[in-house]
Design a protein around this ligand. Structure first.
Ligand code: SIN
Length: 280
């Protein structure tokens, strides 16, 4: 197994392994690479949904998949698909986020496998939340440590958002009132496996900060969004059919770009349940 970093900050390509046939010792090495590099790319894997599901379960129990209907035969696999004629319709994952961060046990890892990708466009961008944390000055770090972030799916999956999702033919998204629930997680989190300190923040689901008045909170949310998505903390993945990308959802945010009107894009996604986020 060979590991080649893809930026000077985070992300790596892992060569010389077949995810569908990993030995226990390869699995341990791959897991360590996923935690250390935060985003890991495996080329030419062509995983079937069953193989993806099995690989995912070897990493841990499946996470809940609220709001998004999974494949009939594979209840832990989501098809992320936009058809060629769906134009500039809503793009699943098209705002910076970390997957389902509003859950009690937000996913530790997400596995995304490319089935059918456009000849250009539809890249996925990632941002390292450990690098974003390390770049803050000490005083800012200390002021953030005390804060609880309020995560909610309200602005993504509440009932008023149903028409936006219903525009997609290939994905079934069912908005409901549970999207209005709020969950508090520490803004500065200790990664459960590496012990690293990370900013557990994403603008899509973190809609408030406890203990600040609204205008202070909005100002800080805007700062955190701009800071954490600065180009210097990002890696942009150009998909090839057969790719599998695994990201550590505890230490990254991501964004699916919507610049491939006229082309079909299909990937399959699984998520692994993570720990309850603890403060750093
Ligand atoms: C997602 O946010 O899980 C989907 C990302 C993508 O389609 O690139």
């Amino acid at each position: 197994m060979e590991i080649r970093p893809v930026t000077g900050v985070f992300g790596a390509e892992v060569l010389g392994v077949r995810l569908a046939r990993l030995t226990e010792s390869e699995l341990a090495d791959v897991r360590e690479a996923m935690c250390r590099f935060e985003v890991v790319v495996f080329r030419s894997q062509h995983l079937s949904p069953a193989e993806q599901s099995e690989f995912s379960r070897r990493l841990g129990e499946s996470a809940e998949t609220p709001f998004v209907r999974t494949m009939d035969d594979h209840p832990d696999v989501i098809r992320v698909v936009k058809e060629a004629d769906e134009g500039a319709a809503f793009n699943f994952g098209g705002a910076w986020h970390s997957d389902f961060s509003f859950l009690e046990h937000p996913p530790s890892f997400t596995i995304l496998a490319a089935v059918d990708v456009p000849p250009y466009g539809g890249d996925t961008m990632f941002a390292s939340m450990s690098a974003a944390w390390r770049a803050l000055d000490h005083a800012t770090q200390e002021s953030l440590r005390a804060l609880q972030a309020v995560h909610t799916a309200r602005d993504a999956y509440s009932r008023r958002m149903q028409p936006v999702h219903s525009g997609m033919r290939g994905m079934m998204i069912e908005c409901d009132d549970s999207a209005n629930d709020e969950r508090r997680h520490p803004l500065v989190r200790r990664h459960g496996e590496t012990g690293e300190t990370v900013l557990f923040f994403n603008r899509a689901y973190v809609r408030d900060l406890d203990g600040l008045d609204r205008s202070e909170a909005v100002e800080l949310l805007n700062f955190l969004h701009a800071h954490t998505t600065d180009a210097v903390f990002t890696y942009r993945h150009r998909w090839l059919s057969g790719d599998v990308v695994v990201w550590d959802n505890r230490s990254t945010q991501h964004l699916a770009l919507n610049d491939y009107a006229g082309f079909r894009r299909e990937l399959t996604r699984t998520t692994v349940a993570g720990e309850v986020p603890l403060p750093a």
